[in-house]
Design a protein. Structure first.
Length: 642
């Protein structure tokens, strides 16, 4: 089955994903003058900016989006970056930065980032059961079908993926698709299955967040111990990544969360030296975050905005600096709007559309929500106590943060946002939280990132406090190693097992037949892919797991997502009246329009609930116009006769 890959396909999937995420950004960043840690950290974000712009703009120009398109667009961006860099060298020469970390410090931080990536990746794969497992959440089939759609049709538009579910007289909604555009390239180049492609991207998320935060520390000239500690701690909180890997999964949101700290990196580099090359990087960083998801840019502003507050509040700063910074940011905003025109107006159109926005119910009282934040315990049975201890140390020794004190304001703002969303459904809170759909899970994830940073600062400060009190012959490096290794030990490997266990509920179960997409349903979908000819559709129910059919096989289904908002009229008609096919001319006409030749039904719901949400699919056995051609314990396939 597609969800049971080989070791070779796993390795190929990881290698191709790293290549697609890294190489375009590395080439463009090098051409723009980025080096070292800044280059390594910003490369994935630049790649998402390149791919996220290439898809919609090639569609607008009537061109296909393919791996070749992605490569050619990379060359265009790299050429522009190189030209701007040449201009910068002549008129805005950069002053060399003084040395900060010794070689041992660089190697130690690299080691910490790698450990965080490995442990975080292990927790993700442990939760999935194996790479290639099918995510059971409702958001997963939309992403999975979308990736296959882009790869199969070369349509990189911002509404293309939606046409799988909203076709005919329905209006496909806008959806930012940088995640899906790059995943489509990975899928085509690796030959892996769609589930494996998605799972590899998910596995890499903790490592991306650790790298982003380490680069943030480096950019603000923090100690190597701080960078390493923050990287390690970032992989430990269950609420930052693993909760939303389980529910949904919220693929674009989590990717944006991992890349959000880089907004502060690009912003500081530009404000410290406003020149064409740094402006280019800042524009691509902002646009890349927007292309990943509209809410990501708002989250980046919430995270990096406090940087401006500290910058403008520094001793000696005057109104002249504020005016100069705002004036320098004006062309960045203008160029970003022009470059990301399609994404911005798509997002505005979605916000003003008639799609229902109901938000989420209240979770807690505000005091309970505060306890969830500080205890690193959302809905888990046990708090992650050692993270709370490290956070307390970070608060006590907060004054040691220096240029990174603004992180405290980021934590305060995002924490207050979570408290408001978790405890109130007032019209103001609902309006302000609309970019994140008023989802408490998203808000607590955003708040945990700066809190985890402060917890990492607590460990680094503990190391400094101990080193200051030990004899000079005891190397500070050894003290750092002891403190960080002790934290990894007392947290049982950065809570990898418990985090993976939390994630597991979104991928597997003790009884596989209780899953939304059971193994037998998957087998039936694969079998349908063998039976159906190109262009033939299958009738299905929206909620029985068969919405994964297109992602797994390429065979279109009448329902391609569990979202039944404003569905096509043909889908509504067939869902209600399909079994009237012999006697209802409207049903026969809809079947002909969609070229429906098959019916696939997954495991029916247990009584007293209706077997299927589509009344027209209940009681099909024995109908003369349907011939059963495949059946197992959880699924059946019929061929439409006549």
């Amino acid at each position: 089955m597609p969800s049971e890959p080989t070791l070779l396909s796993d390795v190929a999937g990881v290698a191709v994903t790293l290549l697609v995420l890294g190489l375009p950004g590395l080439l463009t960043g090098l051409a723009a003058g980025l080096r070292g840690w800044a280059l390594a950290g910003l490369a994935p974000l630049l790649s998402y900016a390149i791919g996220g712009l290439a898809g919609p703009w090639t569609h607008a120009l009537g061109l296909p989006y393919t791996p070749v398109t992605y490569g050619l667009t990379t060359l265009v961006f790299a050429a522009v970056a190189f030209g701007l860099r040449l201009l910068t060298r002549r008129r805005w020469p950069a002053e060399p930065e003084p040395g900060l970390w010794a070689l041992r410090g660089h190697l130690a931080v690299i080691g910490c980032v790698v450990v965080a990536a490995v442990i975080g990746g292990y927790a993700a794969v442990y939760g999935m059961g194996h790479l290639g497992a099918i995510a059971q959440g409702g958001d997963a089939p939309y992403a999975a079908n979308g990736v296959r759609y882009i790869a199969s049709t070369c349509d990189g538009s911002l509404t293309g993926m939606g046409r799988l579910n909203w076709y005919g007289d329905a209006t496909p909604p806008f959806y930012p698709n940088a995640y899906h555009l790059l995943a489509a390239v990975q899928y085509k180049l690796s030959g892996a299955s769609i589930p494996l492609t998605l799972d590899v991207n998910t596995m890499l998320l903790p490592g991306l967040l650790a790298l982003s935060l380490a680069v943030l520390v480096r950019e603000f000239r923090g100690r190597a111990v701080l960078a390493g500690a923050v990287a390690l701690v970032s992989a430990a909180p269950v609420m930052s990544m693993y909760e939303s890997m389980s529910r949904g999964p919220l693929y674009p949101f989590l990717l944006g969360l991992a890349l959000t700290p880089l907004a502060a990196v690009a912003l500081r580099r530009y404000l410290d030296r406003a020149a064409p090359d740094t402006a280019f990087v800042l524009v691509l960083a902002a646009v890349g975050l927007l292309c990943v998801h509209s809410s990501t840019l708002f989250g980046a502003i919430l995270f990096a905005g406090p940087l401006l507050v500290q910058r403008w509040a520094e001793p000696g700063a005057r109104l002249k600096r504020i005016g100069r910074d705002l004036l320098a940011l004006l062309p960045i905003a203008v160029v970003s709007v022009l470059v990301a025109w399609l994404q911005l107006f798509g997002a505005l159109g979605l916000a003003s559309s008639t799609l229902p926005y109901l938000g989420w119910p209240i979770e807690y009282r505000a005091t309970t929500a505060l306890g969830a934040l500080l205890g690193f315990q959302h809905w888990e049975p046990q708090p992650q106590v050692w993270l709370s201890v490290a956070l307390l140390l970070g608060f006590v020794l907060f004054g040691r943060l220096g240029r990174l004190k603004w992180i405290g304001l980021s934590a305060l703002l995002s924490g207050l946002a979570y408290l408001a969303v978790a405890s109130s459904n007032s019209p103001l809170v609902m309006a302000l939280s609309r970019p994140w759909w008023d989802d408490p899970y998203r808000f607590i994830s955003m708040a945990i990132v700066p809190l985890a940073f402060i917890a990492g600062h607590g460990l680094a400060s503990l190391q400094a406090w101990i080193a200051e009190r030990l004899p000079a012959r005891v190397p500070a490096f050894a003290v750092a190693a002891v403190v960080l290794l002790a934290f990894v030990a007392v947290t049982n490997g950065l809570y990898a097992q418990s985090n993976g266990g939390r994630l597991a509920s979104g991928y597997r179960a003790a009884d596989p037949r209780t899953l939304n997409i059971t193994p037998d349903e998957e087998r039936a979908m694969v079998e349908l892919g063998k039976l159906a000819k190109p262009g033939e559709w299958a009738m299905n129910d929206r909620y029985d797991g068969t919405v994964w059919t297109y992602a797994l096989t390429g065979t279109r289904t009448v329902a391609a997502h569990d979202d039944g908002t404003a569905p096509p009229s043909d889908a509504v008609l067939l869902a209600a009246h399909f079994k009237e096919y012999p006697t209802n001319p409207a049903v026969r006409a809809a079947v002909a329009r969609l070229n429906v030749h098959w019916v696939i039904l997954g495991r029916p719901a247990a009584p007293p609930a209706p077997a299927y949400q589509s009344e027209g699919l209940i009681g099909l056995d024995g109908l003369p116009f349907l011939q059963p051609v495949y059946r197992n314990d959880d699924a059946v396939i019929y061929r439409l006769e006549g």
